[in-house]
Design a protein around this ligand. Structure first.
Ligand code: PAF
Length: 282
C-alpha cells in the first residue's frame, strides 16, 4: 500500500504504474472509513487494475463551520482498516494547503436544477464544493472510473453532470447503499450518534420501506403526509425533508408514470446530527 500526501508524488507514481491497458479506479472519501467505503473499494478493485483512494475532508463543501470541525477524522485508524482489508491500494491523503491555495473558495458549476433541490436547498454551496474538489482530484489522478455510494444519490447525479460539463473520459459508477442490521445507512457521521441513537435511527429506513410498500397503491401525497406525521410523532427526529422524486431529474413526483423510475429521499436531524438516506421505489 502506498501512502501519498503530495499531488506531484501521486502524479509520478501513477505515471510509473499506469500503462496503456491499465484501468485506473478512484474512490474519493472524507475518511472515517466504514464498511460502506470498504465495499466501494472492493467493487473498484474488481473492475480496475489500480485503485486510488483519497482521504480528504473537503472544507468547501461544508456550509456550517461546526459541522466541518466536528466531522470525524482519524487517518491512523483509516490506514489500519485499509491495510487489513486490501493489497495494492494507493492512498492519497493531502493536507488542505496541498489542494487549495490560501483561499478556500469553490468554483461555480452549471449543475442547474439538480443542485437546487433537497441537499442543495438545505446546504448552501455544498455541490459547488463537491464539484470543486472532484475536479481537482480528477485532474490530478485522471481515473478511468470513479466510484460513489448511492447513499448520496443526489451527489452521484451531480458528479455525472460534472463529468459531462468537463467532458471527461471518465465513467461514474454508482454502488449500492451499505446498511447496518437495523437498516441505518452506513455513514461517517453515524460515529457521532450514541449507541441508543444508532439503534433508533433504523426508523429512517423503516420510513423509506413504508414509502416503498405503499408506492403502488397510495397517492404520493398520502404517502408523504403519513410519513411526515410519523416523524412528528417521533421526538428523536427533526425532519428536514421527505420527498418522492423522479430518479433521473429529481423533480418532485406528482403522478406516477409507468416508464419512469422514482426514489424516496429523506433528511432528518437526530440531535445535531443530520442523516440522509434514500430508496428506489420501482
Ligand atoms: O461523499 C463524500 O464523501 C464527499 O462528498 C466526496 C465525494 C469525497 C467529496 O469530498
Amino acid at each position: 500500500m502506498d501512502l501519498i500526501h503530495h499531488k506531484n508524488a501521486l502524479k509520478s507514481l501513477l505515471k510509473q504504474r499506469r500503462n496503456q491497458n491499465n484501468i485506473v479506479g478512484f474512490v474519493p472519501t472524507m475518511g472515517a472509513l466504514h464498511q460502506g467505503h470498504l465495499s466501494l473499494i472492493s467493487i473498484a478493485q474488481q473492475q480496475c487494475d489500480l485503485v486510488v483512494v483519497s482521504i480528504f475532508v473537503n472544507p468547501t463543501q461544508f456550509d456550517n463551520a461546526a459541522d466541518l470541525e466536528n466531522y470525524p477524522r482519524g487517518l491512523e485508524e483509516d490506514l489500519h482498516k485499509l491495510k487489513e482489508n486490501f493489497d495494492n491500494l494507493i492512498i492519497f491523503a493531502p493536507h488542505t494547503e496541498e489542494i487549495y491555495d490560501s483561499q478556500l473558495t469553490s468554483e461555480t458549476f452549471a449543475f442547474g436544477e439538480l443542485a437546487k433541490k433537497m441537499e442543495g436547498a438545505s446546504r448552501d454551496g455544498h455541490f459547488d464544493g463537491v464539484g470543486t474538489i472532484l475536479k481537482k482530484f480528477f485532474t490530478i489522478i485522471q481515473p478511468d472510473k470513479a466510484f460513489f455510494g448511492e447513499k448520496d444519490y443526489q451527489q452521484l447525479l451531480i458528479v455525472k453532470k460534472l463529468v459531462d460539463l468537463l467532458n471527461l473520459p471518465l465513467e461514474i459508477i454508482g454502488c449500492p447503499i451499505s446498511r447496518e442490521e437495523n437498516g441505518l445507512a452506513r455513514s461517517s457521521r453515524n460515529k457521532r450518534l450514541t449507541a441508543d441513537q444508532q439503534k433508533e435511527a433504523g426508523f429512517i429506513y423503516k420510513m423509506l420501506l413504508k414509502a416503498k410498500t405503499n408506492f403502488n397503491n397510495k397517492s404520493i401525497s398520502t404517502i408523504i403526509d403519513s410519513i411526515e406525521k410519523d416523524f412528528k410523532n417521533n421526538s428523536s427526529f427533526k425532519l428536514d425533508y421527505f420527498e418522492i422524486v423522479d430518479a433521473e431529474t429529481l423533480n418532485t413526483a406528482q403522478q406516477v408514470k409507468k416508464d419512469k423510475k422514482y426514489r424516496a429521499f429523506v433528511a432528518a436531524y437526530m440531535g445535531e446530527i443530520r442523516l440522509i438516506d434514500n430508496i428506489a421505489l420501482n
